[in-house]
Design a protein around this ligand. Structure first.
Ligand SMILES: [Ca+2]
Ligand SMILES: [Ca+2]
Length: 256
């Protein structure tokens, strides 16, 4: 009987430990249907005087080759795509991008491309961004921000043309931002997120031009309701202990 109980407990504990995290897609776009994001579930907006962009969706990428309108010689022009959703706690965000600072004078292309996560009030919780800015060197670098704490890899640390797989993951109150699988920044904020933004930026000046930036994938997954294996295993033990105790009382009662 004892052996059977031990076996039952082992089965319960091991099955709970093997339960996979339940990941549910909240936002998923592979930019592969030829329909511009603004007509495909995203809201678009412009900042810094910008009024338009050059580019489109082709193959499996949404690609921008310029941000237009406003003064071409100053101001930080932006083109932002956003989606709102029911607030989520634990999450995994995939953001796959590529860029090209050529071809005419690769030292002067200036462009940024980031993914931002916001709470229901529009406050930024986390940002991961490719930055090829004015005056910080010829080429780009990795940048991350969690609640005002930032990390970056420094000027020229990325190639003039390249790609990146960026991940932002939250488990409990810990947020990790990874660039090609390597941790760039860890921060702490448990505020539920309710919006994702893709932000194309153009730090315009007289001598600069915008290169090429592409988004291959944006995916936000909610990681839901995974009980602690330890606590559920303990729950199983408590239930079993109760069953054993009741069984002992029942087996004793006929004798009294
Ligand atoms: Ca599309
Ligand atoms: Ca794609």
């Amino acid at each position: 009987m004892k052996r059977l109980l031990v076996a039952i407990v082992i089965v319960i504990v091991s099955s709970v430990a093997a339960t996979p995290a339940l990941a549910v897609d909240v936002v998923f776009d592979h930019f592969d249907n030829g329909v511009l994001p603004a007509n495909d579930g995203w809201s678009e907006s412009f900042g810094g005087g910008a009024t338009g962009f050059s580019g489109g969706e082709a193959g499996t990428n949404f690609t921008i080759t310029n941000i237009t309108g406003g003064s071409p010689f100053g101001g930080f022009g932006t083109y932002t795509l956003s989606q709102s959703f029911t607030p989520i706690n634990d999450f995994a965000v995939d953001f796959d991008i590529s860029w090209d600072s050529g071809p005419s004078d690769s030292s002067r292309a200036v462009q940024t491309l980031g993914v931002a996560l916001l709470d229901a009030g529009g406050n930024q919780i986390a940002l991961a961004e490719f930055r090829d800015p004015i005056g910080a060197g010829d080429f780009g670098f990795q940048f991350a921000d969690i609640g005002g704490t930032t990390a970056q890899t420094g000027p020229d640390s990325l190639p003039p043309a390249g790609s990146a797989q960026i991940d932002i993951i939250r488990n409990g109150n810990q947020i990790d931002i990874l660039w090609d699988g390597t941790n760039l920044l860890t921060g702490f904020d448990a505020t539920p997120i309710a919006e994702v933004q893709i932000i194309f930026g153009s730090p315009r000046s007289f001598f600069t031009f915008f290169g090429t930036e592409s988004v291959d994938l944006l995916r936000v997954q909610s990681i839901n309701g995974v009980p602690e294996p330890g606590s559920l295993g303990m729950l199983g033990l408590i239930v079993l202990a109760g069953a054993i105790s009741r069984r002992r009382r029942r087996t004793r009662s006929p004798a009294t």
